[in-house]
Design a protein around this ligand. Structure first.
Ligand SMILES: Nc1nc2c(c(=O)[nH]1)N=C([C@H](O)[C@H](O)COP(=O)(O)OP(=O)(O)OP(=O)(O)O)CN2
Ligand SMILES: [Zn+2]
Length: 136
């Protein structure tokens, strides 16, 4: 019987929503204050869900320490206290919207976790703005 295990994490990061190939006028019209050239920051809250079968020997889906370490390595270390546009390779040519950040995180975790697990990534950009990505 499948069960879902969750691990929460958080990171603080700066970003700017804009497209390099658009004029300032168009970027301002579409992204408004989020296009501030001096960037702005968010306290991102992340919830990673893994769905699979309980190992009957250990009672674990996965050791939570293992999951924690993977999230630290793949998300917290590269993203925390960073300017996403300038310092994180994945966003140098990809707008760091909450949607795109969630997909990037999902893809990074997918490479590190066994294929027997389904993965969900829920990312809060603000307490009221959040997205869930499951890879489907
Ligand atoms: N589809 C998306 N829309 C927006 C995104 C996004 O990532 N995807 N991001 C932003 C801004 O970066 C930011 O999240 C908006 O900040 P803000 O308006 O301050 O957010 P709140 O909803 O918390 O503020 P209110 O107090 O509710 O106005 C914009 N759009
Ligand atoms: Zn923002």
């Amino acid at each position: 019987m499948p069960i879902t295990l969750y691990r929460k994490a958080h990171f603080n990061a700066a970003h700017r929503l804009f497209r390099k190939d658009w004029t300032d006028k168009k970027n301002n019209a579409v992204f408004g204050k989020c296009n501030n050239p001096n960037y702005h920051g968010h306290n991102y809250e992340l919830i990673v869900g893994l769905t699979g079968e309980i190992d009957p020997e250990t009672g674990y889906l996965i050791d939570l320490k293992t999951l924690k370490d993977i999230i630290v390595e793949e998300v917290e270390q590269p993203f925390d206290h960073k300017n996403l546009n300038l310092e994180v390779e994945e966003f140098k040519n990809l707008n760091p919207t909450v949607e795109n950040i969630a997909v990037v995180i999902w893809n990074k975790l997918r490479k590190r976790l066994e294929s027997k697990f389904e993965i969900s990534v829920t990312l809060y950009e603000t307490p009221r703005n959040f997205v869930t990505y499951t890879g489907n």
